[in-house]
Ligand binder design. Structure first.
Ligand code: 13P
Ligand code: SF4
Length: 335
């Protein structure tokens, strides 16, 4: 049980907890949430379900989560689940990843519209064509896909990666030429960290791509000592201003362990909420944007998902097996 989010809070305790965020939580809303949290905990037991939640989820969802983490941690966690069901509080490709690595479980996603601009920028078919063209020029070419892709794209790749291990996976491949899809920003960042040749795709995360250097400079000009933590899905000119380039969970660890006590968090806003709740003794400034896909998952949506047993993720078995190979390779290489 998580020391901060675990347990069952009274409506007043929930309000005291969430109103630390200064995000407009009211006592009335928290009273309703407390009821839904109670219902969800009962339904989880009834269906032998666990809830996995990404760091960008709404803070009230953290209250019902069995595990909160970044994409890599969630993939590892999903593989270990022994309960009958997983309700995935995140976006579609994450729930699909859980199904790929743990096909025996029922995986539910509360809203099927919770997509991702990166995952939508590429298809398995388009990738197969590009690989075919590039192999004429680079016979040693290997393909790495970011975890933010659909199963048919993963099925076309030699290995998968996440923001926390992209450089490590590229470095560990026995090849000089790597096609890295679909995030052009992450590909550019990886290129600055390796001597291998990285060929990229034209995709980006619409959330991180909108953040500009001006957003960072406007805070740093007034607070020159602030530590700037940037997600590698950001643009190159934003990454250049970073003190550290980190995945979401690596930002949490960095902020906890660092002797510094003021940070500018440059990623989706949910992560700043997690930091504010978990490390109240430090100060966090936000240069963040909301991911409307992540925010499609709501507490009442989670309750309805468990109640109606919807929406189940299913996959073609051949694609699942091929995609699992790419994920397993990543898990081995970054063990
Ligand atoms: P991580 O959780 O790997 O840091 O990635 C962030 C993200 O954009 C997930 O959609
Ligand atoms: Fe996709 Fe970006 Fe949203 Fe993550 S934050 S789910 S990469 S659109």
């Amino acid at each position: 049980m998580h020391p901060i989010y675990g347990g069952e809070k009274t409506p007043q305790e929930l309000y005291d907890h969430l109103s630390q965020l200064d995000s407009g939580y009211t006592p009335e809303a928290c009273a309703e949430y407390a009821e839904w949290i109670h219902d969800i905990k009962r339904l989880k037991q009834e269906h032998d379900a666990v809830i996995l939640a990404h760091n960008y989820q709404r803070p009230e969802i953290f209250e019902v989560a069995d595990f909160i983490g970044d994409s890599l941690e969630l993939a590892r966690q999903a593989k270990k689940v022994e309960s009958d069901q997983v309700v995935f509080c995140g976006v579609h490709f994450m729930a699909e990843t859980a199904k790929i690595v743990n096909p025996e479980r029922t995986i539910l996603l509360p809203d099927l519209k919770a997509g991702c601009s990166l995952a939508e920028s590429i298809t398995g078919e388009a990738l197969a064509e590009r690989k075919h063209e590039l192999r004429r020029a680079y016979p040693d070419l290997q393909t790495i896909c970011y975890v933010n892709t659909t199963a048919d794209v993963k099925a076309e790749c030699d290995a998968c990666c996440t923001s926390s291990n992209a450089v490590q996976i590229v470095e560990s491949l026995d090849t000089e030429h790597v096609l890295f899809v679909p995030d052009e920003n992450l590909a550019r960042y990886v290129q600055t960290q390796t001597t291998k040749t990285i060929l990229s795709w034209e995709g980006n995360c619409y959330v991180h791509h909108q953040i500009t250097p001006e957003h960072i400079l406007s805070v740093r000009d007034n607070l020159p000592h602030v530590k700037v933590l940037v997600h590698p899905e950001c643009r190159e000119d934003v990454i250049q201003l970073a003190d550290a380039v980190l995945s979401t969970s690596a930002m949490v660890r960095y902020a906890k362990d660092s002797p510094a006590d003021e940070f500018l968090i440059v990623t989706e806003c949910g992560l700043s909420d997690r930091l504010l709740l978990e490390i109240p003794e430090k100060k966090f400034y936000k240069s963040c944007q909301l991911c409307h896909y992540m925010k499609m998952i709501t507490l009442d949506g989670v309750r309805d998902s468990l109640r109606a047993q919807r929406y189940e993720i299913t996959l073609d078995e051949d694609i699942r097996v091929a995609a699992e190979r790419a994920i397993d390779r990543m898990l081995e290489l970054s063990a």
